[in-house]
Design a protein around this ligand. Structure first.
Ligand SMILES: [Zn+2]
Length: 210
């Protein structure tokens, strides 16, 4: 059977906005910064106060369980309004990120990998000012599901051409972090788009363009 994410419960329509005609051209990858798996993440989001405005389009568990939280024609609230400046700075016409993107969250603790569940990797984050050195590993099943999910998203939304990380589009963000094996995505044609943020010396300069 061809891959498709599964749907659990009611879609999170109350945690989304209409796209208002924006062309969806970007997938932004996040980590959840928590220990929960997709169903727990969905429960957590539903309980947030309405003003909190936090959600994802999809969430992928450590075991590769990919869950669609809302239809792709709705905009999830996965990247804040701060991101507007970064989009403008990179010449993308000042579009806000959320209406023109799909937010994919990977269940992962990021730089806070405490507890018995976690495997960790030692890695330096390329962004200036980020000191964390220990990150939860992304299991292979989760990366495989991420690749399947990105390819599925592109079949559903043919205008989607840009794959990026939250850390690439927002100044203050560090997810999905250096534990994500971007080279595996690149190997199947899912090249990372990097934002304009200054990187530590020794790391490649950021690149614009799709
Ligand atoms: Zn994020």
């Amino acid at each position: 059977m061809p891959f498709a994410p599964r749907i659990i419960g009611k879609p999170l329509l109350e945690l989304s906005s209409p796209r208002d005609g924006a062309v969806v051209d970007t997938a932004v990858i996040h980590s959840t910064a928590g220990s929960g798996e997709p169903e727990a993440v969905a429960r957590y989001l539903r309980k947030l106060k309405p003003g909190k405005r936090a959600s994802y389009t999809l969430v992928i568990g450590r075991d590769g369980d990919a869950v669609l939280l809302m239809p792709l024609d709705r905009a999830a609230w996965h990247a804040g309004d701060d991101d507007l400046a970064s989009w403008t700075a990179t010449g993308d016409g000042g579009l806000r990120v959320n209406p023109c993107s799909i937010g994919i969250a990977l269940c992962n603790r990021g730089p806070w990998p405490v507890g018995p569940l976690s495997c960790t990797v030692n890695a330096e984050h390329p962004k200036r000012g980020v000191r964390s050195r220990v990150w939860e590993t992304y299991p292979q099943a989760q990366i495989d599901a991420l690749i399947d999910t990105l390819i599925w998203c592109r079949t559903q939304v043919p205008t989607l051409t840009r794959i990026t990380g939250h850390e690439d589009v927002t100044a203050g963000k560090i997810d999905p972090g250096p534990a994500l094996p971007w080279e595996q995505l690149a190997a199947v044609g899912l090249q990372r788009w990097r934002g304009p943020w200054p990187l530590k010396s020794g790391f490649f300069e950021p690149q614009g363009g799709a």
